[in-house]
Design a protein around this ligand. Structure first.
Ligand code: PLP
Length: 376
């Protein structure tokens, strides 16, 4: 029986400083490692230095996977992993309504090398089934999705992928391994922007892919060519941050639930998207496949309220582009995460200019509600 998640956050992959018995591992910044004494070849761009490996081991453990590869950003993890599996003539089926950077990568870079890219018409398992083609190599999910918090039935889609012989990948950034462990539901490769919850303090950029050892070997082979590795100081900060991941996400989830319920009662708000609300269309699915509903929500301001003025009025809550930090932040998706895709595409995906995405931090939620109320 593996240890519980909160214990693994602290201890998995950890290592004492052997000469001193210090409980925290040293930061090893060397970029030149000896090789004559060993068969191993350590080098930062081989993704195998001690600080890189400790984080990869920790996150793999949290996700219930065999191995992981730590990258310099979420997009380095996502783009390298997709490039590792897709060649000209292959088809990738992507969930509709992904993080804008992933959609932009698929549209510009996967298409540029002759990969066929298509998106599901909706989020049901039937929509995924209908999207398969003879040459479908990869199916790519993001649930809960950014910024609408839409869900996909992970277990059902993973099983479809096995039936069709396709590799399944998921961006699990919004949930973090504390709220959802998709590899245990059958997904082959789990990806994270570690810039978000794993880092958790809005001060580092990193990304990670985890899965079976065989899949990670394939990802590593491509990663060594593309070179998006994470340097030691960042890896050490990330290792430290993940020790408090379970604590942070627990408080963020509690705050998100309280904020979502409070926003629902406000006349300035037309709609609240949060999987923890009983009126979320996929609340039952969320209860089944998530361990917690997470710290992210989004809401639609009523037409009379200017979304930019609302954000400028906030005093405690930051209007900032990232998410998953200990400090609460909001942003307009059309100006940030989805600014790189067309207005038509945003409209088709249901992302209006009135939509505000909120990432709950660990403050006292009553202070956050007070700030939002005065900003309205
Ligand atoms: C869901 C999701 N995936 C991936 C990324 C990309 O991560 P990074 O900015 O670390 O490259 C982001 C960034 O906002 C994101 O929100």
């Amino acid at each position: 029986m593996p240890q519980h998640l909160a214990t693994r956050c602290v201890h998995a992959g950890s290592h004492t400083d052997v000469p001193t018995q210090g409980t925290v591992a040293p930061i090893q910044t060397s970029t030149a490692y000896g090789y004559l004494h060993t068969d191993e070849r350590h080098y930062p761009r081989y993704f195998n230095t001690p600080n890189q490996q400790r984080v990869a081991t920790k996150v793999a453990s949290l996700e219930g996977a065999e191995a992981g590869v730590l990258f310099a950003s979420g997009m380095a993890a996502i783009s390298t992993t997709l490039f590792a599996y897709l060649k000209p003539g292959d088809h990738v089926l992507m969930q509709t309504g992904l993080y804008g950077g992933t959609t932009a990568f698929a549209e510009h870079d996967l298409k540029a090398i002759g990969v066929n890219v298509s998106y599901t018409a909706g989020l049901s398992v039937l929509d995924f089934e209908a999207g398969f083609r003879q040459n479908t190599k990869v199916v790519y999910l993001e649930t809960p999705s950014n910024p609408l918090l839409n869900l996909v039935d992970i277990e059902a889609v993973a099983s479809l992928c096995r039936k069709h012989g396709a590799i399944s990948m998921i961006d699990n950034t919004f949930a973090s391994p504390i709220s959802q462990t998709p590899h245990l539901l059958g997904i082959d490769i789990v990806l994270h922007s570690a810039t978000k919850y794993l880092g958790g303090h809005s001060d580092i950029t990193a990304g990670i892919a985890v899965g079976s050892s065989a899949h990670m070997e394939q990802v590593l082979a491509k990663a060594r060519h593309l070179g998006g590795s994470c340097e030691a100081q960042t890896a050490a900060l990330l290792e430290r941050s993940i020790k408090t991941l379970a604590l942070r996400v627990r408080q963020q989830t509690e705050n998100a639930q309280a904020m979502a319920e409070w926003l629902e009662g406000r006349e300035e708000v037309a709609k609240v998207n949060y999987p923890g609300l009983t009126n979320h269309p996929q609340h039952e699915l969320a209860k089944r496949q998530m361990h917690g509903f997470g710290g992210m929500l989004s809401f639609e301001l009523t037409q009379g309220i200017d979304p930019v003025a609302f954000q400028q009025n906030l005093k405690l809550v930051a209007s900032a582009m990232s998410l998953g930090g200990v400090d609460t932040s909001v942003c307009s998706a059309y100006l940030t995460s989805h600014g790189s895709i067309s207005a038509e595409r945003r409209a088709a995906e249901g992302i209006s200019d009135q939509l505000i995405r909120m990432s709950l931090g660990i403050e006292d939620v009553r202070d956050l509600q007070k700030d939002v109320a005065q900003a309205f």
